[in-house]
Design a protein around this ligand. Structure first.
Ligand code: FMN
Length: 290
């Protein structure tokens, strides 16, 4: 089964997705959990390769005290079910890989009507790990609650959204470039790739930092993906340097799903082009139209 058969309309789903931090309890999710399990079993292959597994964790049977310990530090309210992303073995692109695959699950959950929120920082990693009997060497970079969004999001949920400036996205000229990092990409030059790029722009990222930078080769369907590193002084609980690598995996996933939906054929390859780049920008991967 390829990815398109599961996510039927990536463009619409990407536009619908927004982080949900307050959930509705007491409504059955059994059917949806089965569907998520099926999606886990049919994840697409990512261009990064690597070793991951994904688990659905249900808190219902656990005592309240344990639930509190599992905690999301009050960032998430009334969630009882979580998808857990596990890197089973380290590899060069392990974080980009889990970003790519986990976003696929997030979008699938969105498509079937569920709320989600990526959590990389504000959860008690050890408590979740102990529920899952992790094997030696395994680690949990990200989790997300899954459930029905509460009709009314709590004040705290709204405050977190406003602190993270969740609705804001960088404008095209800050993130998309034509041939080099000095020339902003125009919509005319982006042409049929306008929508795939726009879908990157809407992607979620840790602290909404949007670290992706894309350079298009002039007059060609070739796109180079770069990571913009933040200064080390700006790190906080949820903007660890490694989250930017996960964010890039998410950007690649949005671009990939959108070109598939629009039937724009191409390949991913890792081959750094000879383009001079700012000091705090690192090359990751490229996509070339066939
Ligand atoms: C890798 C990653 C880690 C994140 N970690 C957290 C977190 O620990 N706590 C939290 O409340 N939100 C977290 N977020 C959610 C972002 O704050 C959110 O996606 C961003 O502000 C954009 O808002 P939106 O998802 O509503 O579009 C994370 C997002 C990503 C992609």
């Amino acid at each position: 089964m390829d990815s398109l058969q599961i996510i039927s309309n990536a463009i619409e789903t990407i536009q619908q997705r927004t982080s949900i931090r307050t959930y509705e309890v007491d409504l059955s999710l059994d059917k949806q959990i089965d569907m998520i399990q099926q999606c886990i079993d049919h994840l697409p292959t990512s261009p990064f390769g690597g070793f991951t597994r994904f688990e659905v964790l249900e808190l219902q049977g656990l005592k309240k005290v344990q639930k509190l310990k599992l905690g999301t530090y009050g960032f998430v309210k009334k969630a009882e079910k979580f998808i857990i992303g596990i890197i089973t073995e380290p590899s060069k692109y392990d974080l980009e890989n889990i970003g790519f695959l986990f976003e696929y699950l997030i979008l699938y959950a969105t498509q079937i009507g569920l709320g989600t929120v990526w959590l990389g920082g504000t959860f008690n990693r050890n408590a979740f790990a102990s529920q899952l009997n992790l094997r030696t060497g395994e680690r949990i970079p990200v989790i997300s609650p899954i459930g029905w969004a509460a009709q009314r999001q709590t004040l705290r949920s709204k405050a977190i959204k406003s602190i993270a400036r969740s609705r804001d996205r960088k404008i095209w000229s800050q993130i998309f470039f034509d041939s080099n990092f000095n020339t902003p990409l125009s919509v005319d030059e982006a042409d049929e790739f306008t929508t795939p790029l726009e879908m990157i722009r809407l992607a979620p990222s840790a602290s909404n930092s949007q670290p992706w930078r894309i350079v298009k080769e002039h007059n060609k369907g070739i796109f180079h993906f770069y990571l913009h590193r933040k200064s080390s002084r700006s790190h906080n609980l949820i903007s660890w340097p490694e989250f930017s690598r996960i964010d890039l995996g998410i950007a690649v996933s949005h671009f990939n799903l959108t070109v598939e939906q629009l039937q724009l054929d191409g390949n991913w390859l890792i081959d750094r082009p000879d383009i001079s780049r700012p000091e705090n920008v690192d090359y990751l991967i490229s996509w070339a139209a066939k």
